[in-house]
Design a binder for this molecule. Sequence first.
Ligand SMILES: CC(C)(COP(=O)(O)OP(=O)(O)OC[C@H]1O[C@@H](n2cnc3c(N)ncnc32)[C@H](O)[C@@H]1OP(=O)(O)O)[C@@H](O)C(=O)NCCC(=O)NCCS
Length: 196
Amino acid sequence: MKDKSKIPSFETERLILRAVELSDADAYKKHFVDYEVIRYLSSLVPWPYPEHGVHDFIKNVIIPNQGQGRWVWGIFLKDEPQELIGCIDLWKEGKPEHRGFWLAKKHWSKGIMTEAMPPILSYAFDSLGFEELIFANAVGNVASRRIKEKTGCEFIKITKAKYVDPKFTEQELWKLTREQWAKNYNTPTDDYKSIL
Ligand SMILES: CC(C)(COP(=O)(O)OP(=O)(O)OC[C@H]1O[C@@H](n2cnc3c(N)ncnc32)[C@H](O)[C@@H]1OP(=O)(O)O)[C@@H](O)C(=O)NCCC(=O)NCCS
């Protein structure tokens, strides 16, 4: 396994998950800087998105923190392994949530995020030592809510929250414990380790 960036790569049936690198900036920008994607994210994400925002975010936030309190995987199709089409981001300090994710709109509803999630969650519990993970989504973000439901998360409550799209004013909070995850999934992280 190539370990340029202190986090492991994983493979699933259709996908490669590997650390985001500066060379991914163009594809990241192409797919992420889209109001249909960004509107579902926290209002801390700027909109309109700054011209050099993706490059600066990868260089100044992702790369220096990679594997040290923050773990950011790019999602790549095995058929198109050079092109980043989405991301999954975990962070140690809950805000209260510990995870963010997004996928290029052209790839929505093909089960890609559902497929990408198990290796990341197994790694979080098996290797990073999380006892529980808190997740959040805007009330009304049905696809994101389904990802939580399908991975066995427990609904906690709804609270006020601000999103890029001001139409969203509340968030659903969810919890996934190590025990809940183990009950639903028992594939060890090593089974997803990429040989890249
Ligand atoms: C949320 C997101 C990552 C989902 O990725 P995806 O690969 O399209 O999701 P999947 O195809 O794995 O689908 C997950 C579930 O959501 C459902 N779903 C997907 N898109 C949906 C939509 N637009 N409306 C309703 N349900 C939807 C799927 O049917 C599936 O449920 P099922 O298995 O019961 O059928 C993607 O929609 C996205 O990037 N959205 C914008 C950014 C975002 O919301 N990030 C999360 C912030 S909390």
